[in-house]
Design a protein around this ligand. Structure first.
Ligand code: SAM
Length: 258
């Protein structure tokens, strides 16, 4: 396999991971099961090369130039069904499920749509685990616990479906071209389906102004008197901030508000 030469396209968030130790770490951290692997944004195929050694892979790449290169680089793997390459914008083909069988998402994601992709994967009942590289700040939000400053609706949604942890922090020097920000690989192991949309609407209201009190934020949409009664029953202080409230308390709040 010869390594192709291309000019990275900023508009597609192309930062190619070159650090072999990080690539190996991603492979070592993959959950052990017989699920398929979905890779979003195979790019030049450096992660794909490792993935096809352990699993069969469904890869989605938007850049037609890279699709051509991947077709030639992975001719054998495509011929033997180890790799299925889908060319186009993954978000356009992703309806409720991306696959009709259980899969794990393993990818170095395009940062400009990373949060959106992870939320879609959390919602997709066929997606069982998510092992992805994203901007460090984004990884920290998905992995945050209550009480941490960065704990917000992303942390609550993640904890509602399973558990999340950072696997490794990755400096810009691991990529070519180098991104302006630090990155991290993190793993979400899903144990339940994502909660309903109404719960997430409540979360958006709860975290609308993160430094204000939860009471103030929620009373923009819900009746204040009712909230005061619920807070009292749940023993939540009227001055508590949204990031200080535990995931199970958000679920109880939601049940009572409904
Ligand atoms: N996996 C490669 C690596 O680790 O070096 C490339 C990762 S690069 C950060 C992100 C990749 O996602 C690029 O190849 C880019 O073209 C692709 N991409 C961007 N937007 C996409 C979309 N909407 N659908 C599918 N692929 C996309």
């Amino acid at each position: 396999m010869n390594k192709p030469k291309v000019v990275a396209k900023k508009r597609y968030g192309q930062n190619f991971l070159q650090d072999q130790a990080v690539l190996r770490k991603i492979i070592e951290s993959m959950p052990k099961n017989n699920h398929k692997v979905v890779e979003i944004g195979p790019g030049l195929g450096d992660l794909t090369k490792f993935l096809v050694n352990v699993k069969s892979v469904e890869a989605f790449e938007v850049d037609t130039e890279l699709c051509e290169l991947l077709r030639s680089r992975f001719k054998e793997e495509i011929a033997t069904d180890l790799l299925h390459l889908h060319c186009g914008d993954v978000l356009e083909v992703w309806k409720s499920s991306l696959m009709d069988e259980p899969y794990d998402l393993v990818a170095n994601l395009p940062y400009y749509i990373a949060t959106n992709i992870i939320l879609k994967a959390l919602e997709d009942p066929m997606c069982k685990n998510i092992l992805v590289m994203v901007q460090l700040e984004v990884a920290e939000k998905f992995c945050a616990k209550e009480g941490e400053k960065v704990f917000n609706s992303l942390g609550v949604i993640t904890q509602s479906v399973g558990s999340a942890r950072i696997i490794v922090k990755v400096p810009p020097t691991a990529f070519d071209p180098q991104p302006k920000v630090d990155s991290a690989v993190f793993l979400i192991e899903k144990q339940r389906d994502r909660a309903d949309k109404e719960f997430e609407t409540m979360l958006r209201v709860a975290f609308s102004q993160p430094r204000k009190t939860l009471m103030k934020n929620l009373s923009a949409k819900y009746d204040k008197k009712m909230l005061q009664e619920i807070f009292e029953t749940l023993e939540l202080s009227n001055t508590i901030r949204p990031h200080q409230v535990a995931t199970q308390d958000y679920h109880q709040l939601y049940t009572k508000i409904r």
